[in-house]
Design a protein around this ligand. Structure first.
Ligand code: SF4
Length: 657
C-alpha cells in the first residue's frame, strides 16, 4: 500500500459539481502531498489575475503525505489558496485531527472553487460528498458551529470539522480556518477566501484505513523517537523563572554555540511555545512596542507577568495533535481570565502572548488569555490581529487615530481593557474595528499612512513574533518566502538545531560562528537559507510539524520515514530537490499573478532602519535587499527579480506546467 490515496475531490460551488480525480504517482514523487500537491493543482487551475475573493480562486484542504501512517508528528494539514492579502501564493498550516480525516474519506485533498448562492457546508464520508445548507450556523462562532455540525452529522464517528467563524464570514483579510475547537490555519487570509465562497465548513466523517509501504520500518523509527522524547526532560525544580536569565546570556553572546534539537523537544514538551515568552524578550528575539522598543521599555516589571509558569498553572491537561509525540498544546481553564464568559481554551501560544503582550506594551496576562479565546472563536489570526492593534496604538500616539475616531476608547500603550474592546470591534467590523479588521496594510491605506515607519509588515503581511534584527537568516525568510513574514520557514536557531549538513551533501555545516558575520551578506548564509526553504517544503508536504522539524534530522527522521512510507528509496539530496521544486512552484504562482517578489521585503523598521538605540538589538541593521538577491541567486532564480530562471524550471520539470 502507498501512504497516499491517489485521489483528490473537486467541488465547484457555483455549479454544484462534485467529482473525484485520480492523481498519477509521478505527481506525488515530484511534489509529495500537502503544500506540494496544493501548489501543483493551484498553479495550473487558478487563472492569472483571478480575484482572490471571487469564484476563480480555489481553496484546497490538503493532508500530508505521511499523515495517518505510523510516523510521528506528521498529522498536520495545509490550506492553500491565492492570498487576498498579497495577491500571490497563500497557505496556512494547522494541526488537530483534520488531516487524517481527509484521508479517511479516501482523498489526499479537497479543492473548492466557485461561489455558492447561499451559505453551505461540504459533508464528506467514505461513500458520499454533498453540499448542505449552512444558513442556521452561518453567523455563529466557530466553537458553537463546530459542535452543532458534529451533532447534526453524528453517525458511527464524530465528524471532524474545519470552518470559519464570524471573521471569515465578514471576509476579514486576517481571518483563518478553525478546527478542533480553536486550532487555526491562521495565515494568508484563508478565512476570507472561504467566506467569499459562502462556505461555512468542511465536515469529514470517513472511516477508510490509511496504508503505507513498510509499516514495520516506520514503527521502528517511531519507537526510536518515542523513547527519545521520554528522555527529553529537565529536572522538576527548573522553572520558567530561569528564562529571562537564559535570554540575557543568549542575547549577550558574540558567538552562536553548537545546538541540538533535543533542547526544542524539552522546551516544547514542558511549556510549549510559551517557553519563549520571557526568554525572547531578554535575548532580543521578541519584538517590543510595535518593533520600536526593547527590553528597556518592556522591562522586568512588565515581562514577569508573562512567565510561562503562570499559564501552566491554569493548564488542565496536555493537548497532542494527531499522532504527536511532543504534545506542545494544552487545554487551559480561563473561567477567571474571561470573567466566567468561557470555561476553557486551547493554551495560548507565544505568538499571541507577544502580539497582545510586549508588542502592545500590555502586561495583563488575563486579558491575553481572554483575547486568545475571542479570536479563536472568531477565526481571526492572532499574529495579524495583535500586530494591527499595536499599529493602532502607535497611530493613536501619533494622533493619526484620534479619540473620536477610536469610538471613545483610550488607545494608550498597554491599556488592556481598551485592547479587548478594540479586538471585539475588529471581529464585529464595528466603527474603528472596521478600519482595522483587514490588517495593517489595509488599515494604513484607509488612514492614509502607508509608508510610515510604524507600518510594520513583510509584503503587507504582519510578521511572526521573532525579531529579524536579532536573526538575519530569519529576515531573509521573512522577505523571500512566497508567504512573506512567515516565521516558521527558517532562522539561525532552526538551522543550527536541524543539522541538515549531516544528511544533505550541500548544506553548509554550522557551529560556533561569529554572530556578527550573519549581518554580512554571504554565499554561505544564502545556501543555508536555501536549504531551510527546501527542507520546510518537504515538512509541509509530509504533514510534519515545525516543532518536530526543530528536533533535527537525527531525531525526527523525515527522509527515512518518507522512504519507508512510499518505498521510493530516495536520498536526502533527492528529497531536497523535491523541496526546491515545491518552493520554486510557489514562487512561480506569485509571479504568474503579477506580484513583484521584491515587494515582500521587510519594512525598514524590521531591518533596523533606523537602528534601535537600546536593548540587545541596539545598532543592528540587516542589509536585506542584498541578502534577498543572494538567496534568489542560489535558488536558481533571477538575482535581480526573484523570478525562477528558465534553466531552473527545466531542471525541475516545471517548464511544462
Ligand atoms: S508539537 Fe504541538 S503543534 Fe506540533 S503537532 Fe504536536 S501538539 Fe501539534
Amino acid at each position: 500500500m502507498k501512504a497516499y490515496t491517489g485521489k483528490v475531490l473537486f467541488v465547484n460551488l457555483t455549479t454544484g459539481d462534485i467529482h473525484a480525480e485520480t492523481i498519477p504517482d509521478e505527481v506525488y514523487e515530484n511534489y509529495l502531498s500537502g503544500v506540494g500537491l496544493g501548489a501543483y493543482i493551484l498553479y495550473q487551475r487558478i487563472p492569472a489575475g483571478a480575484d482572490p475573493l471571487g469564484p476563480d480562486n480555489m481553496l484546497g484542504f490538503v493532508s500530508g503525505l505521511l499523515t495517518g501512517t505510523p510516523s510521528l508528528v506528521t498529522g498536520r494539514w495545509m490550506a492553500v489558496f491565492k492570498s487576498p492579502i498579497t495577491g500571490g501564493w497563500g497557505d496556512a498550516n494547522c494541526g488537530g485531527t483534520f488531516s487524517p480525516a481527509i484521508k479517511q474519506c479516501g482523498y489526499d485533498a479537497i479543492f473548492i472553487n466557485g461561489v455558492s448562492p447561499t451559505p453551505v457546508y461540504l459533508f464528506v464520508d467514505s461513500n458520499t460528498a454533498v453540499l448542505k445548507d449552512a444558513t442556521s450556523v452561518w453567523d455563529m462562532d466557530a466553537d458553537a458551529a463546530e459542535k452543532i455540525l458534529q451533532q447534526d452529522n453524528l453517525n458511527k464517528k464524530k465528524p471532524v470539522v474545519a470552518l470559519i467563524g464570524p471573521a471569515g464570514v465578514k471576509r476579514s483579510l486576517i481571518s483563518g480556518i478553525v478546527n478542533d475547537g480553536g486550532r487555526l490555519a491562521a495565515r494568508s487570509g484563508g478565512g476570507a477566501v472561504m467566506g467569499s465562497k459562502n462556505l461555512k465548513a468542511v465536515v469529514l466523517a470517513g472511516v477508510k484505513p490509511i496504508g503505507c509501504h513498510d509499516p514495520a520500518a516506520m514503527k521502528t523509527l517511531s519507537k526510536e523517537l518515542s523513547q527519545k522524547m521520554r528522555k527529553f526532560n529537565l529536572p522538576g525544580f527548573v522553572k520558567g523563572g530561569i528564562f529571562p536569565l537564559m535570554g540575557k546570556m543568549m542575547g549577550g553572546m558574540k558567538r552562536a554555540l553548537p545546538m541540538d534539537g533535543a533542547m526544542a523537544g524539552i522546551l516544547m514538551k514542558r511549556w510549549g511555545t510559551i517557553s519563549n515568552n520571557t526568554l525572547g524578550i531578554t535575548s532580543g528575539d521578541t519584538p517590543i512596542k510595535n518593533w520600536k522598543g526593547s527590553v528597556v521599555d518592556f522591562n522586568h516589571s512588565y515581562y514577569k507577568h508573562l512567565n510561562p509558569e503562570k499559564i501552566l498553572k491554569v493548564e488542565k491537561q496536555k493537548y497532542h495533535c494527531y499522532g504527536c509525540a511532543i504534545g506542545c498544546g494544552g487545554i487551559t481553564d480561563i473561567a477567571s481570565a474571561s470573567s466566567g464568559e468561557f470555561t476553557e481554551s486551547h493554551k495560548v501560544e507565544y505568538e499571541t502572548c507577544t502580539t497582545f503582550g510586549s508588542l502592545s506594551m500590555n502586561k495583563d496576562l488575563d486579558s491575553i488569555l481572554y483575547i486568545n479565546e475571542l479570536l479563536n472563536r472568531a477565526g481571526m489570526d492572532t499574529i495579524a490581529a495583535g500586530s494591527t492593534v499595536a499599529f493602532a496604538l502607535e497611530c493613536y500616539e501619533n494622533g493619526v487615530i484620534t479619540p473620536a475616531m477610536a469610538d471613545g476608547l483610550d488607545l494608550s500603550w498597554g491599556n488592556a481593557q481598551s485592547i479587548i474592546a478594540l479586538v471585539k470591534k475588529m471581529i464585529a467590523r464595528d466603527g474603528i474595528g472596521d478600519v482595522l479588521a483587514d490588517g495593517v496594510k489595509t488599515a494604513a491605506a484607509k488612514l492614509g499612512v502607508t509608508g510610515q515607519p510604524y507600518v510594520v509588515t513583510a509584503g503587507g503581511v504582519e510578521p511572526g513574533m521573532h525579531d529579524s534584527r536579532f536573526d538575519p537568516l530569519l529576515a531573509i525568510h521573512f522577505s523571500v518566502d512566497p508567504t512573506p513574514g512567515r516565521h516558521t520557514i527558517g532562522s539561525a536557531q532552526y538551522y543550527d538545531m536541524i543539522h541538515l549538513w549531516e544528511k544533505v551533501s550541500w548544506a553548509p555545516p554550522s557551529g560556533a560562528y561569529l554572530k556578527a558575520d550573519e549581518y554580512i551578506p554571504s554565499d554561505k548564509l544564502a545556501v543555508k537559507s536555501v536549504a531551510l526553504s527546501c527542507y520546510k517544503e518537504l515538512v509541509d508536504g509530509s504533514g510534519g510539524c515545525l516543532f518536530a522539524m526543530m528536533l533535527g534530522v537525527n531525531h525526527w527522521k523525515l527522509f527515512e520515514w518518507l522512504n519507508a512510507a512510499t518505498g521510493w528509496q530516495k536520498t536526502p539530496d533527492e528529497y531536497m530537490e523535491i523541496g526546491k521544486r515545491i518552493q520554486t512552484l510557489r514562487q512561480m504562482f506569485t509571479i504568474k499573478h503579477n506580484v513583484d517578489p521584491m515587494s515582500y521585503k521587510i519594512s525598514p523598521r524590521m531591518a533596523g532602519v533606523p537602528p534601535l538605540t537600546a536593548g540587545p538589538n541596539k545598532g543592528k541593521t540587516v542589509p536585506i535587499e542584498a541578502m534577498m538577491k543572494l538567496h534568489w541567486k542560489h535558488f536558481g532564480w533571477e538575482e535581480q527579480t526573484g523570478e525562477p530562471t528558465t534553466a531552473t524550471k527545466t531542471q525541475l520539470g516545471l517548464d511544462t506546467l
